[in-house]
Ligand binder design. Structure first.
Ligand code: SF4
Length: 372
């Protein structure tokens, strides 16, 4: 039997939980994200609910998310608007030493560029795996690690990423696909990591490298590995038959600025710094095609408005973003964004180059791609 789910627009104005929470349907109605359970049998849904949420202590109280090492992917997004479905995410550390100027975690993580280990990470991870197994939660994709790089210098001290990979290997049946995101693939080439990932079925690594010239990388990603190191490591991973996607992410506004959106043609007319050029992007795509990466993922630059952002890119780009939208930058959540039309304009050329070289260049409005 499948559960009946209420959509957020349905009956939620007068949430009946205070009155009816003892009734099963009403309890589900009070879940923060009912769409997450769509399609599950009643028993499976109960098990997922038990893993994800704390039990309300009193009748009528709402369910709150539990804290986990193996956590729900993007836990604060409503699945109705953000169709991630049931996916896991393990963030190995808190904060990130790469200190990218465009970093999105600055919007929600205190001291974003001071990386630290998670307290009791190994213990909590093992506890979560036991619980997932006990509750018999069906396999789902897992992502490592969206809000911190798994291969920063502190990995050499704590080895939490190595520990995680070993645990994933031991609990492989919990996952459909394993996707790792990093700007430091050189560490993944070290034998203790490589030996594990070579044995992991449906493992893929997404390497982010938005720039081709290292002097530009130094400005935007001052603490991250060089471009040369990333490309060399991608080549080595591919020689070892590891599935790699290249992320040109974020993709920056580029010259020539299209005249249907801008009155002036140059980035400097708006006080914006040089980033990647059309030629840089072409070089990156040619490289990815040559080493037979699976695909190239592009995603537009968001200007984060985080409280913890410190020196961010808003002053550099806000004039440009405002001009692009008739004087008022588009604000969504905690960031300023480009219009979808303009974003598509800047993605079209890379897409054509990719097509001519036989490598897909893909993008998603929600940065949410199929993991198979
Ligand atoms: S690598 Fe990712 S998490 Fe780390 S600073 Fe850069 S954007 Fe932020």
């Amino acid at each position: 039997m499948s559960l009946k789910f209420y959509s957020k627009s349905e009956n939620t104005d007068n949430c009946p939980c205070e009155i009816f929470c003892h009734e099963e349907k009403a309890q589900w109605h009070c879940l923060p994200d009912p769409e997450l359970f769509e399609g599950l049998s009643a028993e499976d849904a109960e098990n997922w609910k038990a893993y994800l949420y704390t039990k309300p202590k009193k009748q009528g109280q709402r369910f709150n998310l539990r804290s986990h090492a193996v956590a729900l992917y993007d836990p604060f997004a409503a699945r109705k608007d953000f169709a991630a479905g049931r996916r896991w995410c393990v963030n190995v550390y808190v904060g990130c030493a790469h200190s990218c100027r465009y970093c999105y975690i600055a919007a929600y993580i205190r001291k974003p560029f001071e990386p630290r280990p998670k307290k009791n990470f190994e213990k909590l991870l093992q506890k979560d795996f036991k619980e997932i197994e006990k509750l018999n939660l069906h396999p789902a994709p897992v992502h490592i690690s969206n809000s911190t790089d798994p291969f920063q210098p502190i990995e050499k001290i704590h080895r939490h990423t190595l520990f995680l990979l070993r645990e994933i290997q031991a609990n492989r049946k919990c996952f459909t696909t394993i996707t790792m995101l990093t700007k430091n693939p050189a560490m993944l080439c070290e034998s203790e990591y490589l030996n594990i990932i070579q044995q992991l079925e449906n493992f893929q690594v997404e390497v982010t490298c938005p720039f081709y010239r290292d002097e530009i990388r130094k400005y935007f990603e001052p603490g991250a590995p060089t471009v040369e190191s990333r490309l060399k490591a991608i080549e080595e991973l591919r020689e070892n038959n590891i599935t790699v996607s290249l992320r040109i992410d974020p993709i920056f506004p580029r010259e020539p600025l299209p005249e249907q959106f801008f009155r002036k043609p140059l980035l400097e007319d708006y006080g914006a710094p040089e980033s990647h050029t059309e030629e840089d992007i072409e070089q990156l795509i040619q490289f990815a095609a040559k080493v037979r990466c699976k695909r190239i993922i592009v995603s537009p630059l968001k200007l984060v408005m985080g409280r913890f952002a410190g020196k961010d890119l808003r002053p550099d780009y806000l004039r440009l973003y405002s001009e692009a939208n008739q004087g008022k930058a588009i604000k969504k959540g905690s960031s300023y964004r480009l219009s979808w039309a303009l974003y598509r304009h800047w993605v079209e050329k890379p897409r054509q180059i990719g097509m001519s070289l036989g490598i897909p260049v893909i993008y998603c409005k929600n940065n949410l791609l199929k993991t198979d």
